[in-house]
Design a protein around this ligand. Structure first.
Ligand code: HGY
Ligand code: MN
Ligand code: MN
Length: 606
């Protein structure tokens, strides 16, 4: 019989501890301490309470907890002395069926790992979807994590222990993150579309209007249609737009209610982007598309309507990878598409206009201008996005409410010196473009760090047609400079450009800069931020407000309608713009439920 929160909250201390026994391997002290924080408002609240007990327990207790766990496919498994839970988990992961080679490899990894860290490798082998990883994935993760710094790896082991406990709790309470699983599976389905040269390597790269990008758009459109949207269309810049109509009567409706039956005239806009960086992750952008789709799917399944329309948009281009045109998809909605972009050429000399025509889009300024939305038609814009950073993971929190999105500026730069013989050119007679760029890179790092919350990155650094034995005559590089407010951002930019000039003057080299992106800092609209806060609080998730270091489509919509964002914890310490980008279906479930609560909150006020 599944356990209930009511039972746990009302049981005596001894009985309650027994109900939670076995969650933390051989470590009952954690649940016992957490039970003093009853009543728990939700499973998420209970999970965070136990994780907090561990975080507050100090290093020795944390190490004892880690060391209380068995090795993977280790002595305890062989001697059949694993706990019932670990037996179940290691068995389901196939660790009891290793080939001799796999078994030997894991023993070798266990020995190396223990020697390096002094505790066993802990890994939630049921994985982010809860259905289990295969032995190859487990061994690959084991090998990868062997290289982590000790403190990082200790924290990673604790995070995996909390994930193991989460899955054990789900079993004990008989809960399944069904909406989170559905979104997680949609992300997997969409990740199959990747550009040539990357797909063959199992990497995800989806750049603007490639064939894979168009197939991905078709996939999203199909998911929307299957989820009950009233209208689904692909617009003139490749955005996938899904609309779910309003009704003054909440329902259930046997079928779509007549339009304009006294419902709100304004709609809520939500969504995110589906393009990716090169060799990127499956969740950046996409999570903010599929989370609202899951909400519409639930409304349609129940035959229910909201008193306002829902417009879910999968933006076609945000990352600016193929063309120097960031936030193109969301920008088109606010009339900020730059017609000059149509003549931009990609690395293969294909103009954006040709790419659009090939994709069957109108490729005319008129058709794109027609996408501009009338702000008075909308209540606001909300976006769900993975955090793309380590904060929520470090705080053992599944969700965070965004207070502001950093403002950013990007430049494409080139330094020109003099190519010369690497062997005959004395060190004091060189005009080395790459060294000048390297000197600037060190300055950017120092200067951005000086602010405490600014960031500066040289993401691309290239010596075109360079040779080993030639002093670089040219060096191309990018600048990405960001800060929580525009004044701080602009001061950073000013200093970096001044230093670039000084370095080049001193080294006798020339430089050019081309600004390729400028986005103002976007503070969340207070009433929309509070809607997210009420939604998160209603889930029993401790409230955490945080800025966004990453740029998002919400920055563009911010220019015309009120906006606010919700962040979802990332696995692997929140790494992003990296194939290790990951999140669990349990955390996605909470994101879907938070958006459902925000919609209900808005409906109650509409
Ligand atoms: O770079 C960014 O902040 C976003 O991922 N485009
Ligand atoms: Mn991104
Ligand atoms: Mn993004």
């Amino acid at each position: 019989m599944p356990l209930t929160l009511e039972q746990l909250n009302t049981a005596g201390a001894g009985e309650a501890a027994r109900l939670l026994d076995g969650l933390y391997e051989h470590s009952p002290w954690i649940a016992q301490a957490a039970l003093e924080r009853r009543p728990f408002r939700s499973l998420a609240h209970l999970k965070h309470a136990m994780a907090s007990v561990v975080a507050e327990a100090g290093l020795d207790a944390q190490l004892a907890l880690i060391r209380a766990h068995p090795e993977l496919a280790g002595k305890a498994m062989v001697s059949r002395t694993l706990t019932a839970e670990s037996t179940n988990e290691q068995g389901k992961a196939g660790l009891t069926d290793c080939t001799p080679g796999e078994f030997a490899k894991i023993q070798q990894l266990n020995a190396a790992y223990n020697a390096r860290f002094g505790f066993p490798f802990i890994f939630a082998v049921r994985g982010p979807r809860g259905t289990g990883l295969n032995r190859q994935e487990i061994i690959a993760t084991f090998e990868r994590r062997l290289d982590n710094p000790p403190d990082y790896e200790r924290a990673e082991c604790l995070r995996n222990i909390h994930r193991i406990v989460e899955l054990r709790l789900n079993d004990r309470f008989g809960v399944e993150p069904t909406l989170g699983n559905r979104v997680w599976d949609w992300q997997e389905e969409l990740a199959q579309f990747s550009d040539p040269g990357f797909k063959e390597k199992g990497q995800l790269t989806l750049t603007y209007l490639t064939d894979a990008h168009r197939a991905a758009a078709a996939c999203i459109a199909a998911v929307m249609k299957d989820s009950g949207f009233d209208e689904v269309a692909i617009d003139a810049v490749g955005n996938v737009v899904g609309k779910y109509g309003a009704s003054a009567q909440a329902g259930p409706h046997p079928n779509p209610p007549p339009a304009g039956d006294g419902a709100q005239k304004k709609a809520l806009l939500t969504g995110s982007h589906y393009d990716t960086v090169r060799n990127g992750g499956k969740y950046d952008g996409r999570l903010g598309i599929f989370t609202p789709i899951a909400c519409v799917r639930e409304l349609a399944r129940q035959g229910r309507r909201l008193p306002f329309g829902l417009e879910v948009i999968a933006f076609a281009e945000e990352e600016g990878q193929r063309y120097k045109a960031t936030f193109l998809g969301s920008g088109a909605l606010i009339g900020s598409f730059d017609p000059a972009w149509l003549d931009q050429k990609d690395a293969d000399g294909i103009t954006m206009r040709e790419a659009m025509q090939r994709a069957g889009l109108p490729a005319t300024v008129q058709a794109i201008a027609a996408l501009r939305r009338n702000p008075s038609d909308y209540l606001g814009f909300v976006e769900v996005h993975i955090e793309q950073g380590p904060v929520l993971a470090e705080m053992d929190l599944p969700l965070g409410v965004v207070t502001s999105i950093n403002g950013g500026v990007r430049y494409l730069c080139e330094i020109t010196g003099m190519a010369s013989h690497a062997g005959t050119t004395p060190m004091d007679r060189r005009r080395d473009a790459a060294v000048a760029a390297a000197e600037l890179a060190l300055y950017v790092e120092r200067r951005a760090a000086q602010d405490g919350d600014s960031v500066g990155t040289i993401g691309i650094l290239d010596v075109p047609n360079g040779s080993t034995n030639v002093v670089p005559g040219r060096c191309q590089f990018t600048l990405d400079l960001r800060a929580p407010n525009d004044a701080q951002r602009d001061a950073l930019v000013k200093d970096v450009l001044a230093e670039l000039e000084a370095i080049c003057a001193r080294r006798g080299v020339r430089f050019t800069t081309e600004q390729t992106m400028r986005a103002a800092a976007a503070p969340s609209a207070p009433d929309w931020q509070q809607r997210w806060e009420r939604a998160v609080d209603a889930l029993g998730v401790p409230l955490y407000r945080m800025p966004s270091g990453a740029g998002h489509d919400a920055m563009k919509l911010h220019e015309v309608v009120p906006q606010a964002m919700l962040f979802v914890r990332g696995q692997n310490a929140g790494i992003s713009h990296n194939p290790l980008e990951s999140t669990t279906s349990d955390d996605i479930q909470l994101a879907v439920e938070a958006l459902q609560r925000l919609l209900a909150d808005l409906a109650g006020q509409a």
